[in-house]
Design a protein around this ligand. Structure first.
Ligand SMILES: [Zn+2]
Length: 313
């Protein structure tokens, strides 16, 4: 059993018919999961809105106010960057972030140690005060801060396998040695950050690991990188909580990415993350949807990922 968080209210964040990050993404995931019978093995959760105090753990109060105002005034684009919005977007983003925290609370207060959040808008490009790259609030950073402040967790690993660099997450934890941030991403590609020389600063030096990879990266390439770099780093760090920025735009046939990872590849990566989560003995994994824009590919990759989290030991 794993937790599965989803709500149709996430469809109310409308970005326009031709925008790649649109409601159809979550509809296709839900439809696929239902037809494959996976819901027999999940506990479904519904989101609640994140409270202001929790949101402030990561985001600047002026930015929070700006998002609220710009949505209320009917802006179609967030003024800080390339994130399309509608009048409901702030509410949806607050529910998405709150849903992530709710799933984390369940993981910390039950025997079930893994969960997947099928949410939008995504979050890993959002920094403390800049929304960009289809992201408004940084869901995974909020989860990490929530674990630190509510459960005294001192070692959190974030694995970001989205095809794009998780610049917002990196920025938020750049000086923080309690969060080991590891990102595999296509380079060169949006947003242009994520060079292997970006390693953290101050006490956080060495706690950011960037692994830029070429267009055409496939299963074997990424599995090698996990074996040679990510698993040894995790073994040394021994995270008490492992978070996945689960972007599936790194899957083959994605319109925004050029990687060739297939569903079997994501199954293997999931298995490796399970192994990482066991180094400390906790086994706790929270996986949060980021990108993925080929509906068919996205939904089948999510199925493989969740299926492995359910069955993998
Ligand atoms: Zn992406």
């Amino acid at each position: 059993m794993i937790y599965f968080l989803y709500d149709e209210l996430f469809l109310k964040h409308e970005t326009g018919e031709f925008h790649p990050e649109n409601p159809q993404r979550l509809i296709s995931i839900y439809t696929r999961l239902r037809s494959r019978g996976i819901f027999e093995n999940v506990i479904k959760l519904k989101p609640e809105k994140i409270n202001y105090e929790s949101l402030k753990n990561v985001h600047d109060p002026l930015y929070i106010k700006k998002v609220e105002e710009e949505c209320r005034k009917g802006y179609s684009l967030l003024s800080t960057g390339d994130t399309d919005i509608c009048s409901s977007s702030n509410d949806v983003a607050l529910y998405a972030a709150g849903g992530v925290l709710k799933t984390l609370d369940k993981i910390f207060n039950s025997e079930i140690k893994r969960g997947f959040c099928s949410i939008r808008p995504p979050g890993h490009h959002a920094s403390a005060d800049i929304g960009m790259g289809f992201c408004i609030y940084n869901n995974i950073a909020l989860a990490a801060e929530h674990a630190k402040s509510n459960y005294n967790i001192e070692k959190i690993m974030i694995i970001d396998w989205d095809v794009h660099h998780g610049n917002g997450t990196q920025d938020i934890f750049y000086g923080d040695n309690s969060v080991l941030f590891v990102s595999t991403h296509q380079s060169p590609l949006y947003p242009g950050t994520g060079s292997s020389t970006e390693k953290g600063m101050g006490p956080g030096k060495g706690f950011t690991i960037n692994i830029p990879m070429k267009k055409g990266t496939g299963n074997d390439d990424i599995i090698s990188v996990f074996n040679e770099i990510i698993m040894p780093a995790a073994k040394e760090f021994k995270p008490e909580l492992t978070l996945i920025s689960a972007g599936f735009d790194s899957r083959k046939d994605d319109p925004l990415g050029g990687f060739l990872i297939d569903d079997d590849g994501f199954r293997k990566l999931t298995r490796m993350v399970i192994e990482i989560s066991e180094y400390s003995g906790s086994g706790k994994i929270l996986s949060i949807l980021e990108g993925g824009y080929n509906y068919d590919g996205l939904s089948s990759a999510v199925f493989s990922h969740m299926d492995e989290m359910i069955s993998g030991s």
